[in-house]
Design a protein around this ligand. Structure first.
Ligand SMILES: Cc1ncc(COP(=O)(O)O)c(C=O)c1O
Length: 357
């Protein structure tokens, strides 16, 4: 039985998007592919609001998070972490032989520029964080953090994981000026998993040119050479790209401001529901995610609650990492709207009633 997904990703892929992918295959060194690639690039630049290069590869987002570490960190980075995906970035850098100084906060707390004071000194040559930490539902003001990094060390590379915030939240790209911003297809783009993206600055490219051991797949210089010709370095996920081209048209028709507002409205509704029915939302005030409502579940029997919801055709996500047993998560990414969220909240209310019986 198919279920409507209010998950943290993969998320619901609408019928029209699935249909847009149902097209005969084209080869990736053809004129048709080149036109598709160029069309997607143009639309991505518009939707994101950047002139920087945007790379697309077959894979999940982590492949380009790894790419950013291999091309961007010379020796030592500062990694901000308040949850599982911040830790993942640290691990990715360490497994690639980099030293990482970790600035850690308890899950649920956000980072402000003041937390970075005096931390981007000495031999720190890159700083990385997760814009929207999917385990805790904490959303950071990445532009403000990046400004603080640059004020301390203009040469430090800024690397942002925007996997669960890109297209849902205004990253103020012109202020952010990050050196890499990475995301994947299975989150707010509402496509199946399989495309990883990186927005990459000129500074990152300069650094990449001098870096060794970047591998083949994750070498930004090789990726750029092909991308400049509107080709992919290795075989691209062509069917997904048909869907992506279609989704970007829809997104630009909706307009980015309207899209950000829609996500804000859904997040507000979930937050209100969590305050009225549960023990509220997990992240500290002022840092609440616009795409993932991490709900403090108190004594709720989540497995029973979730199986009732599933029987009604809806799926949400369990808690994650250290908050696995104390929270559950509601994803409102992609094409969902307030009507869908109301439908979910009605079903969650019914499930709570049924559990009293
Ligand atoms: C914030 C964040 N970063 C990174 C990842 C890893 O992405 P992927 O599984 O696409 O590699 C996820 C996955 O959920 C995520 O939520």
């Amino acid at each position: 039985m198919s279920r409507k997904l209010y998950t943290v990703g993969p998320v619901n892929v609408p019928e029209d998007v699935l249909k847009a992918m149902d097209r005969p295959m084209i080869t990736h060194r053809s004129k048709e592919y080149r036109e598709l690639h160029r069309s997607i690039e143009e639309k991505l630049h518009k939707a994101i609001g950047t002139d920087d290069d945007i790379f697309m590869v077959a894979g999940s987002a982590t492949i380009l998070l790894e790419g950013a570490a291999r091309n961007g960190i010379r020796k030592r980075s500062l990694g901000l972490s308040g949850g599982s995906f911040g830790d993942r970035l640290v691990q990715v850098a360490q497994l690639n032989g980099r030293q990482v100084e970790v600035l850690r906060k308890p899950m649920g707390q956000g980072f402000s520029p003041a937390d970075l004071e005096g931390r981007v000194m000495g031999d720190i040559d890159a700083v990385h964080w997760v814009c929207n930490e999917s385990s805790s539902g904490v959303l950071l003001d990445s532009a403000a953090l990046a400004e603080e990094v640059r004020s301390q060390n203009p040469d430090a590379i800024v690397m942002v994981d925007a996997v669960t915030s890109m297209f849902a939240v205004d990253h103020r790209m012109k202020d952010l000026q990050a050196d890499s911003v990475v995301f994947g297809s299975q989150k707010d783009l509402a496509l199946p998993p399989g495309i990883a993206f990186a927005v990459v600055s000129k500074e990152m490219m300069k650094r990449s040119e001098k870096m060794e051991n970047k591998g083949f797949y994750t070498d930004f210089v090789r990726l750029k050479e092909k991308n400049d010709e509107d080709y992919a370095l290795t075989t691209p996920p062509v069917s997904l790209m048909f869907g992506l081209d279609y989704q970007l048209d829809k997104m630009l028709r909706e307009g980015m401001s309207a899209r950000y507002r829609r996500h804000e409205e859904m997040a507000d509704a979930i937050r209100k529901w969590a305050e009225e029915r549960m023990e509220g939302i997990f992240p500290e005030r002022g840092y609440e995610s616009k795409t993932i409502g991490v709900v403090r579940r108190g004594g709720l029997d989540f497995d029973r609650f979730h199986s009732i919801l599933k029987s009604k055709g809806m799926e949400i996500s369990n808690g994650y990492g250290d908050a696995k047993k104390t929270t559950f998560r509601i994803g409102t990414m992609g094409d969902l709207g307030l009507k869908d969220v109301k439908q979910l909240m009605d079903s969650m209310d019914e499930a709570l009633e049924e559990m009293k019986q």
